[in-house]
Design a protein around this ligand. Structure first.
Ligand code: M6R
Length: 602
């Protein structure tokens, strides 16, 4: 989720590049850089840290070049550093590129390029692109790009400049966003609309498999075979503030809708012909492991509850799931026969880091699951698995959670393979996991319905979420989401536990959100729900296509999917429910009271 800007025109490029990057800053980044072009030379300046530091390291008014590219990096391959920052240039310093996305097959390309004599400066996947361009370039950059993209597997939006054509910028994209536009001053490109909105509201949103050539006089779009295409212009009706949120009202809403892509990106490169391989787990010796602990806070802790359930089902190991704030103070078996998995979106949560440090001191094998490359957790853990959710800005965690569920499922699959265990229905589960982006899209279409149900909370102070087995993960996460952004008191219960006390709270119109997606216990959950209906509860039931639910008014059925994966679509519905409840109550959805995105104190 890096930020890209590019410009070629009649005015100095640098202020435009920097301003564009500034408008993308809200998404987070770890380094920034620019390349400016003349026919004599490229001028590249890049550094780790803030855009303001880059800017203050340059005497901006003195740079008169009218063509250039810029980048803010959100690290995926290679830690945040000066060398890993973009742009990347070829050895002769005649070609410079910026890239957003992940090149899955970069290792094999890199090996081939090294064999051809290319020398790499960085640990990034992106650098292969500039050397491939150098290799193929014979005077026609569009042709070199066509040949280069044929070699790339993965996702990319790339932006290229060369001293040979100092008034041209070239772009190409597949599975990562790129927009282009033109005004009387010149032509612009960016990874996101806010970066060019100040100059034009008429943009071309490039589609996968398209490339474009920008000149001061206009833009031309082509397919990857070099055929000229008609440019489809989209008028952007909203302002900069709305554009940063992709046209959504809040970052949380945007991030909820980003889940299909985030899930797809997280799975990218891990499943190959029905086989899972996570090289980070290669060093884990399952024969040695007696205990598995999943440790995290908040929503990430709920992802751990899910992983714990999978290990219980599929692996022959004693497994616990512990809140990081408790882990250090409980007497859990932690030694060289222990595998500890620490899950954290930010990678900076103090309790989780402290639990990891303690586990390392005791000799446990420590794996981190995080969304932020180069975060503290990744520096302390033995190995790190990354969700590719992209920056999560809203305090309420949404896409980080669902991508954690996906990655943890793949992780448990890989550990089972190491144990030599066959996962029951393993092939079917993997197939459904690969369908997940589509399933989540279907859930997002139910937004108007969840909006309507959220009105049930208008005059209510409490809500109760109930479910059994793996549905318990959905209920604890659904209740947390509702509490933190709408301030409606919400409790999560095991459905079978209700009758042991909490049912005393149920009265006329009490909102009960019930999950019954696990076929083996769904009928029992339905009986528990009926007990609440008998006391006047206003029930919203989320269940499967097949489940009998006679007499219930508000029923949402999730698509057919293996029950162990149902938590993912269910969570999306509950995120929408919490979101609309908060909106109806006029809450500050992205910045709920008393909360911080990253809790760096114990
Ligand atoms: O960055 P982390 O995943 O370690 O954060 C853990 C919790 O603070 C976080 O999940 C929190 O519970 C969210 N605000 C929930 O939406």
């Amino acid at each position: 989720m890096c930020g890209i800007t590019g410009f070629t025109g009649k005015v100095p490029a640098l202020p435009i590049l920097l301003k564009g990057l500034e408008s993308l800053e809200y998404r987070g980044y770890d380094s920034a850089g620019v390349t400016l072009v003349t026919e004599d030379a490229l001028f590249t300046q890049k550094r780790k840290g803030r855009l303001a530091d880059l800017e203050s390291s340059m005497d901006v008014p003195s740079f008169m070049q009218t063509t250039g590219i810029g980048h803010t990096r959100w690290a995926t391959h290679g830690v945040p550093s000066q060398l890993n920052s973009h742009p990347h240039t070829n050895e002769k310093e005649t070609i410079s590129i910026v890239h957003n996305g992940i090149i899955e097959n970069y290792q094999s390309i890199k090996e081939k390029l090294i064999a051809l004599g290319y020398v790499f400066q960085s640990d990034t996947d992106s650098e292969v692109i500039v050397h491939l361009l150098d290799h193929y370039y014979q005077g026609d950059m569009m042709e070199a790009i066509q040949k280069t993209v044929q070699q790339l597997n993965g996702s990319y939006a790339i932006c290229v400049v060369t001293t040979d054509h100092p008034d041209e910028v070239y772009v190409a994209k597949d599975s990562s966003p790129m927009v282009i536009g033109h005004s009387e001053n010149g032509s612009y490109c960016a990874s996101d609309i806010p970066a060019i909105l100040e100059y034009t509201k008429d943009v071309v949103i490039l589609e996968d498999g398209q490339m474009a050539k920008l000149t001061p006089n206009g833009v031309a779009v082509f397919d990857f075979a070099g055929n000229a295409l008609e440019t489809k212009v989209t008028h952007i009706p909203y302002d900069m503030n709305a554009a940063q949120k992709g046209g959504y009202t809040t970052f949380m809403e945007k991030e909820i809708y980003e889940q299909p892509v985030a899930i797809k990106e997280t799975m990218r490169g891990i499943i190959d012909h029905g086989q899972i391989h996570l090289p980070q787990l290669d060093a884990v010796d399952m024969q040695k492991i007696q205990y598995v602990h999943f440790v995290a806070c908040g929503t990430a802790y709920h992802a751990c509850l899910y992983a714990q359930a999978l290990v219980q089902k599929w692996l022959g190991r004693i497994v616990t799931c512990v809140a990081a704030s408790e882990f250090r103070y409980g007497n859990y078996p932690v030694n060289e026969n222990t595998l500890c998995v620490f899950v954290t979106q930010s990678g900076e949560t103090a309790d989780t880091l402290a639990a990891l440090k303690m586990s390392k001191e005791k000799g446990a094998q420590c794996i981190a699951v995080t969304n932020v490359l180069g975060s503290s957790i990744s520096r302390y853990a033995d190995q790190t698995l990354y969700t590719s959710a992209g920056p999560e800005i809203a305090v309420a965690s949404t896409k980080a959670f669902t991508t954690q569920l996906v990655l943890l499922t793949l992780m448990v699959f890989d550990l089972a393979k190491k144990e030599g265990r066959e996962i029951p229905d393993g092939d079917a589960i993997l197939k459904d996991l690969q369908r997940m982006p589509e399933i989540v899209k279907e859930m997002l279409e139910k937004a108007p319905l969840m909006d309507q149900y959220a009105y049930f909370l208008d005059n209510q102070y409490d809500a109760y979420f109930i479910g059994r087995q793996m549905d318990y993960v959905g209920v604890v996460e659904g209740a947390l989401k509702l509490k933190e952004i709408s301030y409606v008191h919400a409790d999560a219960y095991l459905a079978g536990e209700l009758k042991h006390g909490s049912i005393a709270l149920i009265e006329k119109d009490t909102v009960v959100v019930a999950l019954a997606t696990e076929p083996s216990v769904a009928a029992k959950t339905i009986s528990n729900i009926e007990e609440t209906v008998a006391r006047g509860a206003n029930v919203i039931l989320i269940t499967t296509q097949q489940q009998d639910a006679p007499g219930f008014k508000n029923v949402i059925r999730i698509p057919d999917i293996h029950p162990v994966l149902a938590t993912i679509p269910v969570t999306v519905l509950l995120q929408l429910f919490a979101y609309y409840a908060a909106v109806h109550k006029g809450r500050d959805v992205d910045k709920p009271r008393n909360l911080a995105k990253s809790v760096t104190v114990e």
